[in-house]
Design a protein around this ligand. Structure first.
Ligand SMILES: C[S@@+](CC[C@H](N)C(=O)[O-])C[C@H]1O[C@@H](n2cnc3c(N)ncnc32)[C@H](O)[C@@H]1O
Length: 340
């Protein structure tokens, strides 16, 4: 297996966790810790990025990984076990893996008296393992239960949402999170279908939309509807908005945080967050007094987002929408109006 293939496959007790880390080398080049410190991967997945960070950081670096998906954590554990078995360095750099959402991970770090971190990564969205496991219900390519929970211990999945939300709520989810112009029609088609029989499978959703909208552009609409449901089931945007300031607050002076987003909704949150922390006010126009808490304690290192090149996109088409943005913590923190 080539090094690239090795980075994409982690063994999961007989089954393989396949996920090709996006912008692998660029992420490591921006975020590795040559002088050691604490690095936290908040979306550790199968550990592809984290393993590369480990490889080029100082051996003293302490690594922590976080994920809402227990299968992902098992894959990372197995990847690092293999690395430490094949290395003469018996003391693994991987200190702990947390089964928690972003904010829970921040609390767990603080409970271990880790209040300062030196590098952080968010590689947002879902892994290929999650999309390609039909029983997880993330894909409309297979007929499977409507689940879509990243954390399979979470109570309610997509079926509950689809069968309990009002037509208005579904329209809003599909419009806001899927950016689907025909959201109202799509929501009504789903409500009509569930009146005949509760929606339980991805195939039922596909057939309901096919009946209402016909075949042209169906795949694009399904992709947008599935993205919307996934974002809602996992509160993806809420989690991101909550976590970014918490993680930035933990960065030591000179430490970096990198975020790979895969759609405009995520990227907008990242851009607005960075803007609010370089001192730019992001209050809505005509707000009389700044209430957004803009302060300057970060410096943006990527003026334009780093994106995959054509070679990476050809090898891994799922990387095509990836955008990496990196910021660095300043050593002095000032608010607009104060002198720096
Ligand atoms: C794109 S994958 C990361 C892949 C990883 N970089 C690798 O190299 O294997 C995103 C991962 O983040 C996790 N995730 C997404 N949102 C999360 C959240 N709010 N809290 C914790 N984990 C989350 C998903 O379960 C998934 O495993």
């Amino acid at each position: 297996m080539s090094p690239r293939e090795l980075a994409s496959v982690a063994d999961l007790g007989g089954t393989e966790f396949r996920h090709e880390p996006v912008l692998l080398h660029q992420v490591a080049d921006w975020l590795a810790l040559p002088d050691g410190g604490v690095f936290v991967d908040f979306t550790v997945g199968g550990g592809g990025h984290l393993a590369r960070i480990a490889e080029i950081s100082s051996p003293e670096t302490e690594l922590y990984g976080c994920d809402r998906d227990e299968a992902a954590l098992a894959a990372t554990r197995s990847r690092f076990d293999k690395i430490s078995n094949s290395s003469t360095d018996s003391d693994s750099q991987l200190k702990e893996l947390f089964h928690a959402p972003f904010a829970g991970c921040v609390s767990l770090l603080r409970m271990r008296n880790i209040d300062r971190i030196h590098g952080a990564l968010f590689d947002l969205g879902v892994s290929s393992m999650q999309i390609d496991t039909p029983s997880r219900g993330f894909s409309f390519q297979a007929d499977a239960p409507l689940d879509m929970r990243m954390d399979t211990t979470q109570a309610a999945g997509a079926a509950h949402l689809l069968n309990s939300a009002t037509a208005g709520e579904l329209t809003k989810i599909i419009f806001d999170y899927g950016e689907e112009r025909r959201a109202k029609r799509v929501a009504q088609a789903l409500v009509n279908a569930r009146q005949e029989r509760p929606l339980e499978t991805t195939g039922q959703v596909r057939r309901a939309l096919e009946r209402e909208l016909g075949s042209p552009n169906l795949t694009k609409t399904l992709a947008r509807v599935f993205q919307a449901l996934r974002i809602a089931v996992n509160d993806e945007l809420g989690q991101l908005s909550e976590a970014l300031p918490q993680v930035a607050d933990m960065l030591a002076p000179g430490a970096r945080m990198g975020i790979i987003s895969y759609h405009s909704l995520e990227d907008r949150i990242v851009k607005r967050f960075f803007a609010s922390r370089i001192g730019a006010c992001v209050c809505p126009p005509r707000t009389p007094v700044c209430v957004c808490g803009a302060r300057a304690d970060l410096r943006i290192l990527t003026k334009k987002p780093v994106t995959p090149n054509q070679k990476e996109i050809s090898a891994n088409p799922r990387s095509r929408s990836g955008k990496l943005r990196v910021a660095e913590k300043l050593s002095v923190d000032f608010r607009p109006g104060e002198s720096a």
